[in-house]
Structures are given as structure tokens and as C-alpha cells.
Design a protein around this ligand. Structure first.
Ligand code: NAD
Ligand code: UFG
Length: 356
């Protein structure tokens, strides 16, 4: 990038909510590398400050100069007042939220309270301080069980559980806010299945408790923390009977946020627009296991189990809109995803925590 453009960006300050989490840390690192100033607000509910420290180190002088961390909760307006009164933000990337589907079924109030009230407070403070540009973490979950694939952004939306409903409601809220005040520019990014880690092996996904998602589970089997992988469903109408998803490298996902931010700054009539961030390729659970075994040299014992309730047979993204309008396309395939995930896992078998 031309040094003048980079210089100009250096004046741009981005607030990243949930910036200590899995996708947040990788995106903050790319933002710092691109010369943005970054403030994180995170309540460390599902993350640790060590992750932010590692991002600061990885970003070198940009990290020590341009990264601020605020321990705070979006449900607490005093925390937001403190952050917004200190810095004038040019845009917000909003990751903060709870994301475990099963937990959302058991504790719907917690999910509605955290994800909806947190976001409503954030929108209130953005409005109050005149920062009306937002990139929001949505999810492929808003496609429910798609009738046809690939999933296209103009499909009718539906949610299958309270977590999914928070994303669907928040998309609607964002559309209404923007409709009421056209100064707002909002991009809704619908992520497919983010996996992998930064190639340094210094940052990666570190879920608390038993992982819900496939790749962190496989990773914990590989390092000996769990005995075997339960493969949910082996009778799907797919080539090997297991379900198909669109896995995307977290580095590609982080780059997608930079592309969305640039689009927002450059387009005054973006309105409130949704984009898929996926690769457009489907991979089955068993193919993913085989790719991870190859990358790690470890055998992953599996147990074939019944289908997980609510799971779709096959989900993958149409990538045309993001490619055409954001100029963004995923670069990495499952080989790189598994390589980088294993690099992170083998260097940090217990995540950011020391071995108990
Ligand atoms: P994560 O849990 O690693 O990161 C979320 C961060 O938000 C955590 O650090 C957590 O402590 C923080 N947080 C939660 N509630 C907060 C609050 N009220 N105030 C301040 N901080 C709060 O999750 P992630 O995988 O990085 O996901 C980021 C976003 O992307 C989430 O909104 C999630 O729903 C969405 N998303 C994730 C996936 C996925 O598979 N990882 C897929 C689709 C969408
Ligand atoms: N799976 C297993 N064993 C496991 C975990 C998962 O076989 O231990 C299977 C699932 O049944 C599914 C596939 O692996 O077929 C992927 O499952 P994940 O839980 O990793 O991902 P999902 O596609 O179910 O959902 C994830 C997030 C959602 C998000 C969605 C789309 O959990 O929040 O991706 O972004 F909405």
C-alpha cells in the first residue's frame, strides 16, 4: 500500500469489541499491521488478557504504539462512556458476544441479555459520539437449514436456536437503525466456519471447557486432552455420510474485516449491507479429520455417533458478492488451516493457560 494511504490510515482509530477473543485477536493484529490505531473493549468472559499481550508483541512497534486494552462490559454504560469519552473512533468492529449454540438453548435470557443489550448500548454510544460506521459479526447461522446451497446473501433468513435468533434480530436492528438515520454505514459479515490460527503459533482459539466446535475438539484429541472425536452423523446423503461445512482460515476472515472497513470508509451509500465470508468450498467432517491427521502426523480416534440435533447436512457460501464488492476472496485451503491450527495446538496444548 502507498505510504501516503498508510499514513492517512494511521490517524484512523478503530474500536474493536470482543478484541481479546479468537477472531478479534487475529483481526486486531491485521489492523495494527495495516497502520490503524486500535482500542479493544472486552470483559474477558471467554478470553484472557495474555492473548492481547501476544498480539501487541506480534505487531512490534505498531503494537506498543497503537493498541489500547479496556477491560469493560458492553452491558455496562459506564464502561462504554469511559471508552468513548477518551478516544474519537472512526469506526467500530463489533465481535463481542456469546456464541455457544447449546448454552444458548439452556440459558436464553443470558444470550438475549448479553448479545442484544450489549449491542443496543454500543449503538447508543456510537450515536452519542457521532461514530456511525460499524462492521458487525453475523453468522451463517442466519441461513438456518438452507433449502439450496450455496447460501446467497438475499436468501430468506431463519434461526434455529436462541444464539441464531440474537444474530438475526441484531441484523434487523442494524437495518432499522440505518434506515432511520442514513448517516450510518453498516456491514454485516456472515462468517461460515472459522478455523486455523496465526502462522506464528502465538495466537489461536482457546475455548473454555469442552469444545463445541469440530476443530478445537480435534485439536484437543491430537494433544491428548480428549480421548476421541465423536463424529455427529454418518448417514447424511453426502459422499462419506458426514456433514459438510465451509471452513475458512481465520487469517482470511481477519482480512475480510479490513476489506469491509475500507469499503465502509469509501462508500457513503453502503447503507446496511450483508456479505458472506466463506471459501465457497464444502468439506466433510471425515475429510477434515483426515486433513488434520496429515498435517499433525497424529492419529485422531473417532466414534461414529447419531446426528447432532439441529445440524444441517451441507452448508457453504456463495462468495461472489464479497469478491465483487469488497474485492476480497479467501486465499487458504484446508491444508493451511490444519497446518496452522496444529502449529498453535502443539506450541500451546493448553491454550493461553499453563498445564494444570
Ligand atoms: P470469542 O468468544 O472468542 O470472542 C468474543 C469476545 O467477546 C470474547 O473475548 C468475550 O470475552 C467478549 N465478550 C462477550 N460478551 C461481552 C460483553 N458483554 N462485553 C464485552 N466483551 C464481551 O468468539 P469468536 O469466535 O472470536 O467470535 C466473535 C464473534 O463472531 C461473535 O459475535 C460470534 O458470535 C461471531 N461468530 C463466530 C463464529 C465462530 O465459529 N467462531 C461463527 C460465526 C459468528
Ligand atoms: N461435529 C462433530 N463432532 C464434534 C463437533 C462438531 O462431528 O465434536 C460436526 C458437527 O456435527 C457439524 C460439523 O462438525 O457437522 C461442524 O460443527 P461445528 O460445531 O464446528 O460448526 P457448526 O457448523 O455447527 O456451527 C458453527 C458455529 C455456529 C455458526 C456456524 C456458522 O458453532 O455458531 O458455525 O458460522 F453459526
Amino acid at each position: 500500500m502507498a505510504s501516503e494511504a498508510k499514513q492517512q490510515q494511521q490517524q484512523q482509530s478503530i474500536l474493536v469489541t470482543g478484541g481479546a477473543g479468537f477472531i478479534g485477536t487475529h483481526t486486531v493484529l491485521q489492523l495494527l499491521n495495516e497502520g490503524f490505531r486500535v482500542s479493544i473493549i472486552d470483559n474477558l468472559d471467554n478470553s484472557v488478557e495474555e492473548a492481547v499481550d501476544r498480539v501487541r508483541d506480534l505487531a512490534g512497534s505498531n503494537g506498543s504504539r497503537n493498541l489500547q486494552f479496556h477491560l469493560g462490559d458492553l452491558r455496562n454504560k459506564d464502561d462504554l462512556e469511559k471508552v468513548f469519552s477518551q478516544t474519537r473512533f472512526d469506526a467500530v468492529i463489533h465481535f463481542a458476544g456469546l456464541k455457544a449454540v447449546g448454552e444458548s438453548v439452556a440459558k436464553p435470557w443470558l444470550y438475549y441479555s448479553n448479545n442484544l443489550i450489549g449491542t443496543l448500548n454500543l449503538l447508543e454510544f456510537m450515536g452519542k459520539y457521532g461514530c456511525k460506521k460499524m462492521v458487525f459479526s453475523s453468522s451463517a447461522t442466519v441461513y438456518g437449514q438452507p433449502e439450496t446451497i450455496p447460501c446467497v446473501e438475499n436468501f430468506q433468513l431463519k434461526a434455529m436456536n436462541p444464539y441464531g435468533r440474537t444474530k438475526l434480530f441484531l441484523e434487523e436492528i442494524a437495518r432499522d437503525v440505518q434506515k432511520a438515520d442514513p448517516d450510518w454505514r453498516i456491514i454485516l459479515l456472515r462468517y461460515f466456519n472459522p478455523v486455523g490460527a496465526h502462522p506464528s503459533g502465538q495466537i489461536g482459539e482457546d475455548p473454555k471447557g469442552i469444545p463445541n466446535n469440530l476443530m478445537p475438539y480435534i485439536q484437543q484429541v491430537a494433544v491428548g486432552r480428549l480421548p476421541e472425536l465423536n463424529v455427529f452423523g454418518h448417514d447424511y446423503p453426502t459422499k462419506d455420510g458426514s456433514a459438510i461445512r465451509d471452513y475458512i482460515h481465520v487469517i482470511d476472515l481477519a482480512d475480510g474485516h479490513i476489506a469491509a472497513l475500507r469499503k465502509i470508509f469509501a462508500t457513503d451509500d453502503i447503507g446496511c449491507t450483508a456479505y458472506n465470508l466463506g471459501t465457497g468450498h464444502g468439506t466433510s467432517v471425515l475429510e477434515m479429520v483426515a486433513a488434520f491427521e496429515k498435517a499433525s502426523g497424529k492419529q485422531i480416534p473417532i466414534r461414529l455417533c447419531p446426528r447432532r440435533p439441529g445440524d444441517a447436512t451441507a452448508v457453504f457460501a456463495s462468495t461472489e458478492k464479497a469478491q465483487k464488492e469488497l474485492g476480497w476472496k479467501a486465499k487458504y485451503g484446508i491444508e493451511e488451516m490444519c497446518r496452522d491450527q496444529w502449529n498453535w495446538a502443539s506450541k500451546n496444548p493448553w491454550g493461553y493457560r499453563p498445564q494444570p
